[in-house]
Design a protein around this ligand. Structure first.
Ligand SMILES: CC(C)(COP(=O)(O)OP(=O)(O)OC[C@H]1O[C@@H](n2cnc3c(N)ncnc32)[C@H](O)[C@@H]1OP(=O)(O)O)[C@@H](O)C(=O)NCCC(=O)NCCS
Length: 183
């Protein structure tokens, strides 16, 4: 069923190609290296540079378990053989009462910002979520992350409220907005 959505090849704003495909167990090392790099490229994620301390085997097992879940996906964006984006939909499908909801997350390597990758990835994840019968996508975004907020609002996400002191980065607190997309 996931094969209906991915892999898919798209055009970036600079004319280059973007391949979106589901992560496989063999991608675990590249995904960890990617997350440890992008963690240091902005203060907008839940981890900083080299702070994504997941052992390789655990990452492999996590990818394997996500692959078996119909409503969840770890999605890779590949530009000219290079991992340029990692995004996910994580459904709460083990509990019936919240199985209609999922958490969505996206990041793009800084060198590739502004090429339309973030939008293409989010649009693809929304199509996927709709197709799998999900009803609500939720996320938390740092309140000063204007680039991401503009993207989410343009896709129809609405702000539920402000989460005061959501992040503490080197002793400094940052608020976040909790946002939902009702599919
Ligand atoms: C947020 C992020 C995913 C956007 O990815 P991207 O590939 O640069 O986004 P796109 O090029 O598709 O641009 C999408 C939208 O972002 C907004 N945007 C892009 N550049 C912007 C800028 N300089 N200022 C404000 N908004 C901007 C626009 O709304 C744009 O819409 P458009 O398609 O109509 O031009 C990326 O910047 C990122 O990974 N940041 C670090 C991690 C992060 O913040 N993740 C989100 C955590 S909640």
């Amino acid at each position: 069923m996931k094969g209906k959505f991915f892999p898919v090849e798209m055009r970036r704003k600079d004319g280059g190609s973007l391949l979106l495909r589901e992560a496989e167990e063999g991608d675990a090392g590249a995904v960890l290296a990617y997350l440890n790099q992008v963690g240091g490229e902005s203060d907008n994620l839940l981890f900083g540079r080299d702070e994504f301390a997941m052992p390789l085997e655990q990452e492999r097992q996590w990818i394997a378990s996500l692959r078996k879940q119909e409503k969840s996906i770890l999605l890779l964006g590949i530009c000219e053989d290079e991992l340029s984006s990692v995004a996910s939909v994580s459904a709460f499908d083990r509990r019936e009462r919240i199985a209609h909801r999922a958490e969505v997350a996206v990041s793009v390597k800084k060198a590739c910002w502004g090429l339309g990758i973030g939008r293409a990835v989010m649009e693809a994840l929304i199509r996927f979520a709709r197709g799998q019968g999900l009803e609500i996508l939720q996320l938390d975004v740092r309140a000063d992350n204007g680039r991401a907020i503009a993207l989410y609002e343009s896709l129809g996400f609405e702000t539920l409220g402000r989460y005061r002191n959501f992040l503490k980065v080197q002793g400094e607190y940052f608020d976040a907005y909790c946002m939902n997309l009702y599919l």
